[in-house]
Write a protein that binds this ligand. Sequence first.
Ligand code: AMP
Length: 293
Amino acid sequence: MNIPVLRTVGEIRNLVRSWKQDGLRVGLVPTMGYLHQGHLALVQHGLRFCDRIVMSIFVNPTQFGPNEDFDRYPRDEHGDRAKAEEAGVSALFCPYLNEMYPAGAETYVSLDRLPHHLCGPLRPGHFRGVATICTKLFVAVEPDVAVFGEKDYQQAVIIKRLALDLLLPTRIETAPIVRESDGLAMSSRNVYLAPDERRRALCIVQALDQAELSVKRGEYDVRKIRLQIMALLNSANFQVDYVDFVHPDTLENEESIGSPTIVAIAGFIGKTRLIDNRLLIPPNPTDDQKRVW
Ligand code: AMP
């Protein structure tokens, strides 16, 4: 039996409302498709809290810049449907473009501060597109819970903030990064990598490992850790967009690892943009720090 694929807001809303009338809790996993284990882990996470999972698949044009890969973004609805069903998804929501952006659409959702960090300045309008489509999906599906991956750390922080600010009744959950066996973070875009690029891409996880090791050994100076990381990334010919150390909630830059800090890396291997991140936790926190956490 194949799971249903719904294409209009009316259809998905009716289905979700009927489940809720039966007392079921409904989760939403928003994706752009071309599913991999990272996406499917979000489904597993959602099933911890929900009786039914809706997965949305929508390659959202407003989050792509003019020189980005919207046209060639990989798509495979048929394969995705089988994988989603196998993972326990109850329905796919694959809306038509004009369902999500009615003719003449001119309303967007944007945040004041969080998009000014990390990927925001390099991808103008990206987080406005993300915030807008996620808000629309929440309004269309009316989920009790929505699940996002920590792979897109800034996105997850932005969606949590947005849900709080807009008084949305949906609880936002996040799930850990899923990696290939050699450590590369799973991504639909990994399919773009030629074999040599795929090997070189490992420099990103090696850089994160290096940062973690340095902190474990007591190095808290961000400038010094960044230098070590840059050496690793440069030797793999990784074209760095940023190596940033930021506060986990505000995304403000940190100068030293005095409390849990996200190290985030973004850049290009050839023409493919990759991102990854890790939470760095300094050992032996002082009592004051423990209290703050
Ligand atoms: P995307 O289809 O790339 O827009 O991603 C849809 C959702 O899957 C987002 O919440 C991503 O953060 C999440 N995701 C993508 N890759 C991974 C991964 N390797 N591990 C965990 N979550 C992921």
